[in-house]
Design a protein around this ligand. Structure first.
Ligand SMILES: Cc1cc2nc3c(=O)[nH]c(=O)nc-3n(C[C@H](O)[C@H](O)[C@H](O)COP(=O)(O)OP(=O)(O)OC[C@H]3O[C@@H](n4cnc5c(N)ncnc54)[C@H](O)[C@@H]3O)c2cc1C
Length: 493
């Protein structure tokens, strides 16, 4: 008889693991606290508008192709490549910078601000490319059985990358570029890791290589939630059962084997093996009672910024907004150094704006746009009180309206706000941190919570807070790494 796996959580990590497990003949049952699947890759439908609530694009699109190939399925998703990648608006400049993958075209955007741009960018990206390829299989796409194993893997990375471990991204950019706007634009990738360029090691310049030269950025025709819809449809065809509105609050197990997950309503979900897609650190502390993951210890770890998100349905078409846009001020260094640890809302916020109705008209009623605004904010450790959410949203909407010369407030048909409080409640994100554990050198690879439990030999972890880290393609890699362990340790006979 085939083995039964119970997966806690239907985020992309859980869904991708379910696809892989069913491909190898395992029975799968999935339990989810939210009312619908997807985790952070979720959807809000309101007043005739459809919003993707979290991710709006991704890099390394080939990881999705690898997943579907592994599962013997033709890729059911149509990917759109972003070109230009995005538009960046600064408060000190009337027109945006369009970020093109083609360096000659990008050079025209920077003009005389950054003389010899192409040569400088080629030098910067050459290093970034080498870091990407020298770590891809040695560090990112592999499991570690111990810290020693991890150190051995690190030792196999060419020594020339050593200095990039000790410099931060901002310092690295300063070695190659001179103009503030160029450095700020290249450093935006640090925010994709939920951090700032001042606390992100220079090795992550590899993300500039992934966006500008490697595979670029992509989104999905019909909206990002198509990823979830399509995977769930396949899983249902394969007989996977789903239980929504079902929060797991404790576990049953003997010394070395987990036996069941216990839901808040008392139901027990039993299986031969278990995969946890919830936060790998807080699950260990809260549900398994592990000492090293209790709240005071978790609070001392580094967590990524909280998301403050606004979903606006607006009457009218807005020509000055593109599919992906960044709106920045002119005090970047001061802003980025304070954003993490303050309890006060920023007066002049920096934010990202996505308008998916630009390429998916079915996401908004005719003649309307669906606007998603994401502003990185401190997590609940630093700012526990979000009773001022409406005021912050008003401030951001007013700023955006002024900058695109459109009466957003007067044309708003629907408005929803999620502060870190809502993000924590919806998906059990620790203290409302949007991307989970941060990616400093002390919290990646062998130092990140492992995807194999320390106590139960039939419990595995998948998703953003275990290895390799956050972001959609990286979470897909995480499902591959968990699966490798499962096939080795609990093969389906
Ligand atoms: C606002 C925002 C924007 C983002 N933008 C991008 C982007 O543009 N591109 C990109 O690549 N990445 C982006 N990310 C990151 C990306 O969303 C995540 O890395 C990825 O979706 C994480 O997937 P996961 O499976 O690890 O976890 P999750 O999506 O968090 O899934 C975990 C699931 O477990 C469930 N769960 C937790 N605890 C329990 C419990 N006790 N019982 C039952 N169920 C439980 C949760 O409800 C959730 O559904 C963004 C994230 C946010 C928040």
């Amino acid at each position: 008889m085939s083995k039964k796996a119970v997966i806690l959580g239907t985020g992309l990590g859980g869904l991708a693991t379910a696809l892989r497990l069913t491909t190898k003949g395992y029975q799968v049952e999935m339990v989810e606290k939210h009312h619908q699947p997807g985790g952070r890759l979720n959807q809000l439908k309101k007043d005739g508008f459809t919003f993707d609530i979290g991710p709006s694009f991704f890099s390394m699109s080939y990881e999705f192709k690898e997943l579907f190939d592994y599962c013997g399925i033709a890729n059911p998703l149509a990917f759109n490549e972003l070109n230009p990648l995005y538009a960046v608006y600064f408060s000190h400049r009337d027109k945006p910078y369009y970020i093109h993958k083609n360096l000659e075209e990008l050079a025209k955007e920077f003009g005389m601000n950054e003389p010899d741009f192409v040569k400088k960018a080629q030098g910067y990206l050459k290093n970034a490319k080498e870091i990407f390829h020298d770590t891809e299989y040695r560090i990112v796409k592999r499991n570690f059985d111990s810290k020693l194993d991890y150190f051995m893997a690190l030792a196999s990375v060419p020594l020339k990358h050593g200095p990039a471990l000790f410099r931060n991204m901002w310092q690295e950019l300063g070695r190659h570029f001179s103009h503030q706007d160029t450095k700020v634009i290249f450093s935006l990738v640090a925010f994709f890791l939920g951090a700032t360029p001042f606390d992100t090691p220079a090795v992550y310049s590899l993300l500039n290589y992934t966006e500008l030269q490697h595979d670029g950025y992509w989104n999905v025709k019909g909206g990002m939630y198509k990823i979830v819809d399509e995977i769930v449809a396949i899983l249902k065809q394969r007989g996977v059962t789903f239980h929504f509105n079902t929060e797991i609050v404790s576990i049953k197990g003997t010394n070395s084997a987990m036996e069941g997950l216990v839901a808040a309503d008392g139901r027990v979900f039993k299986g031969d093996l278990f995969i946890c897609n919830a936060d790998a650190a807080s699950f260990r502390g809260k549900l398994l009672g592990r000492r090293s993951y209790q709240e005071p210890k978790l609070d001392k770890m580094d967590w990524t910024l909280g998301p403050f998100t606004i979903y606006l349905g607006v009457k009218g078409k807005i020509d000055d907004l593109h599919h992906h846009n960044y709106f920045l001020g002119s005090n970047f260094n001061e802003y980025a150094s304070n954003i993490f640890k303050t309890s006060v809302n920023p007066e002049k916020p920096y934010y990202y704006v996505n308008v998916s109705s630009k390429s998916n008209p079915e996401c908004a009623p005719e003649g309307c746009e669906n606007i998603f605004i994401l502003c990185p904010v401190p997590d609940l450790r630093y700012k526990p009180d979000w009773s001022d959410s409406e005021a912050l949203a008003d401030n951001i909407i007013e700023d955006l309206g002024n900058r695109i010369n459109f009466d957003l407030k007067g044309n708003t048909l629907t408005r929803t706000i999620y502060s870190p409080v809502e993000w924590e409640k919806m998906f059990n994100l620790y203290k409302g941190s949007g991307l989970g554990l941060a990616h400093g050198l002390n919290q990646v690879g062998g130092f990140r919570p492992s995807n194999k439990d320390e106590g139960f030999d039939n419990l595995y972890y998948v998703g953003a807070s275990t290895i390799p880290g956050t972001g959609l393609p990286i979470v897909v890699i995480s499902s591959k790494l968990a699966m490798e362990r499962i096939l080795l340790e609990h093969p389906n006979n």
